[in-house]
Design a protein around this ligand. Structure first.
Ligand code: PLP
Length: 357
């Protein structure tokens, strides 16, 4: 059972909005709202006050538009060939990431100026105008003439590391550049960027992962509320003797008699195979180490120290819950909360908690 707490999500939005003020707070809902379900997440965020949303792809924007007819939607990955007419039809604003993007968009909008964002690369070398392109634009401002630019943005590479010198470098480059387009609202900070201080807020912040409960300030106590709980049922419990092995590849061999519980989740459900031998589940404060490999649909747990009343078929154990948050499980898998959230499987029964439940 995957439980998604929409009230906690809304509280997180308000918390981030408060931390970012006087900047306005948007919401990033790409990749099906980081795996949690756009259909339920986006309306809940709008109800909490969000009126600007970011998605990655035009298809995501179209889906979001059908849910929220009145909000502002930016498409981060840009102005896609073949989808040109969708932007106008669904009122999606492309984030223009290069001079050729700008040129194509200008050609489309020659009759009526359509709104867009302009993305400057300040240190990621991923998307956005390069330094050379930015210089060309400064020398020839006509390149953006006729465009209705509503947002000037850049993206931080190391925001979760307060000490990273690149944060200041990017912030200064961005501040300098925006002096060239002073009347357009500017946006730099993602979730962690909000906590780097007021220099990073500009006019709009773009949190994603912190809305969904990940800690934007690693190493410090999380200011966010957990949003996801993942409870998985025990299918079978057995006793094994010393010397017996567990799972594929027989990578675990019992050094003493053990009690083993097999639960109904595996790597096909986003419980990464990298959690083999390192992952942990929890129930009522008891830690249950993964034994051997994670299979596609199953995981074996050591329940030797669990009271027998709990080590029963039908009992649920938590992979995410009060004893283990998303950052912690992701860390055990050698990955980050972003990847863990966006891999959450489609086979779980999903339950959404809101003020009506
Ligand atoms: C994904 C993304 C965000 C949100 O980042 P988080 O770290 O999840 O808060 C913001 N801006 C851009 C450009 C992104 O791609």
């Amino acid at each position: 059972m995957l439980t998604i707490d929409l009230e906690a999500l809304q509280a997180n939005y308000r918390r981030l909005a408060q931390a970012a003020a006087p900047a306005r707070c948007a919401a990033v809902v790409k990749a099906d709202a980081y795996g949690l379900g756009l259909d339920r997440v986006a309306p809940a965020l709008a109800e909490a006050g969000a009126n600007t949303f970011f998605v990655a792809l035009p298809e995501e924007g179209m889906r979001l538009r059908s849910l929220l007819p009145d909000v502002t939607i930016y498409v981060l990955s840009g102005f896609f060939e073949g989808a040109e007419t969708d932007y106008a039809e669904y009122q999606l604003r492309p984030v223009l990431n290069s001079l050729p993007d700008i040129e194509r968009y200008r050609r489309l909008t020659i009759e009526t100026a359509l709104p867009a964002a302009l993305h400057l690369d300040t240190g990621m070398s991923r998307l956005g105008l390069s330094r050379a392109e930015w210089h060309r634009l400064q020398e020839d401002p006509e390149l953006v003439q006729g465009l209705d630019l509503r947002l000037f943005m850049s993206h931080l590479a190391c925001a979760e590391d307060r000490e990273a010198p690149l944060n200041t470098t990017q912030q200064e480059r961005f501040r300098q550049a925006r002096a060239f387009l002073p009347d357009i609202p500017a946006s730099l900070a993602n979730s962690s960027g909000i906590f780097l201080g007021p220099d990073y807020g500009f006019e709009l912040v773009r949190p994603g992962v912190a809305l969904y409960g990940a800690n934007p300030t690693p190493g410090l106590e999380s200011p966010m509320r957990p949003v996801v709980r993942l409870s998985v049922r025990i299918l079978q419990v057995r006793e094994i003797d010393s010397g017996e092995s567990v799972g594929y590849g027989a990578t675990y061999t019992a050094d003493a008699p053990r009690r083993v519980a097999t639960i109904a989740a595996g790597y096909a459900d986003g419980v990464h195979r990298a959690l083999s031998s390192t992952g942990r589940a929890w129930i009522g404060g008891y830690e249950l180490p993964f034994l051997g490999r994670v299979s596609m649909d199953l995981i074996s747990l050591d329940v030797s120290n669990l009271p027998e009343a709990l080590a029963q078929q039908g009992q649920s154990v938590d992979l995410l819950g009060p004893d283990q948050d998303i950052d912690s499980l992701a860390g055990q898998a050698g990955t980050i909360a972003y990847e863990m959230l966006t891999s959450l499987g489609r086979r779980y029964h999903r339950q959404y908690l809101d003020h009506t439940t």
